[in-house]
Design a protein around this ligand. Structure first.
Ligand code: UDP
Length: 388
């Protein structure tokens, strides 16, 4: 029997944990690969609980984030830390997810050591290197060095092929965030998080998350102004804002009136999923929330100028932009609209981890090429897409 394929999976932030976990669990269950989970500690406080929600812990934590450490210092530390790990372990494959400094650093470190890179969630493009910043460059650069592209959607595959990626290394898997959501929804709902216990029962809830670096400053202040005005026009709503630990993102949310707003600490993933499940709509600049919303039949507004996840726009989502008056109107309108009808999510069918594992196995010469994810195709209905 062939020896197990040694995979080093590198994660540093909450979305990486949520989206990598289903694949790590799948690979460990299948047994032909051995996965070592390395944390850079980019957002250590958010990463550990996000992994724990899936019963995972890092095999090693580099603890690289320090107060005040900028992106360049962090990138340098990731390069060095991951390089040392590569030198010690010599894995067959490095797995990175998404578009963070952790993912970029790990991919570059692997490239320099000629270790092949698999990129989970490959091929997302906004087309603007300034937004999301610095994530757009991160994902473009990671895809340039990756040998194996695990693209969530057909659109992502087209972007990769358009940039000259080798079609033999591009697989359309669906997004593993839908698998993650499905795993959460399979469990009994957790007890309500302490920070949510005071929520008035009868009032509809709007969930708002804002953390994009390019919005810090004037844009974020304008968005908060729009939220205040919309709240005054829709007094029945409670607006719940799980604040990102980033101090700049948090500072802008100070002083929102308690009658309408609840600014709460970041929620553990199961708690956040529970909150989204009961929300009337979401307004967000997060990538993951856009991808989760269709599975929860949740309407959402994207509070950004662009999105690299256009598949959800139309039926579920609307690009509201960042101009305060336009955002205010979009928020007021969203509050009036009914939930979208149940239907397959354009982002996944809860089988992305299975396809991604099969793609890695195929790449390693140990299995057939898996079929591609296609949202229209009949298959198992994940828990998350069933009518609620
Ligand atoms: N999330 C969470 N708790 C929160 C807010 C978000 O668990 O308080 C989850 C969310 O469901 C999604 C992920 O974190 O899966 C998104 O993370 P974030 O918005 O930080 O990053 P992005 O998706 O924009 O990369």
């Amino acid at each position: 029997m062939a020896r197990p394929l040694e995979v080093l999976a590198v994660v540093g932030t909450r979305p990486e944990a949520v989206k990598t976990a289903p694949l790590v669990l799948r690979l460990r269950r299948e047994g032909w690969a051995r996965v070592r989970l390395l944390s850079t500690g980019q957002h250590r406080d958010l990463l550990a609980p996000a992994l724990a929600a899936f019963g995972l812990r890092p095999d090693r934590d580099l603890r690289l984030m320090r107060p005040g450490r900028g992106l360049n210092a962090l990138l340098a530390a990731v390069l060095e830390g991951v390089d040392a790990e590569l030198a010690r372990r010599a894995p067959d494959l490095v797995l990175v997810q998404g578009d963070t400094t952790t993912a970029l650093g790990a991919a570059l470190a692997a490239f320099q050591r000629r270790t092949p890179v698999a990129h989970l969630e490959a091929g997302l493009r906004s087309g603007d290197l300034a937004a999301p910043f610095p994530e757009e460059l991160d994902r473009v650069a990671i895809d340039r060095v990756a040998a194996l592209h695990l693209a969530p959607t057909e659109g992502a595959r087209r972007a990769l092929l358009g940039e000259g990626a080798d079609p033999r290394g591009v697989f359309v898997t669906g997004n593993t965030v839908v698998d993650a959501l499905d795993l959460m929804l399979a469990r009994p709902a957790p007890a309500l998080a302490p920070s949510l216990r005071g929520l008035p029962e009868g009032r509809p809830v709007a969930v708002v998350t804002l953390h994009r670096r390019e919005s810090h400053g004037a844009v974020l202040r304008g968005l908060v102004r729009a939220l205040r005005r919309a709240a005054a026009r829709r007094p029945e709503l409670v607006w719940v804002l799980p604040a990102h630990p980033n101090p700049a993102a948090r500072a802008a949310l100070r002083g929102l009136p308690r009658r309408s707003f609840r600014v709460v600490p970041p929620l553990d993933y199961p708690d956040f999923v529970r909150l989204l499940s009961r929300a009337a709509f979401a307004a967000t600049d997060s990538g993951g929330v856009q991808e989760e919303a269709p599975s929860l039949r949740l309407r959402y507004l994207v509070l950004r100028r662009n999105t690299e996840r256009p598949e959800g726009l139309g039926r579920w989502g609307r690009l509201a932009g960042v101009e305060p008056r336009a955002v205010e109107e979009a928020l007021v309108r969203a509050a009036r609209e009914p939930r979208p009808a149940a239907g397959p999510s354009p982002f996944g069918d809860a089988r992305a981890a299975e396809r991604a594992a099969a793609a890695i196995r195929h790449w390693a010469g140990r299995g057939p090429r898996p079929g591609d994810f296609s949202p229209g195709r009949a298959g198992r209905t994940p828990r998350s897409s069933r009518p609620g």
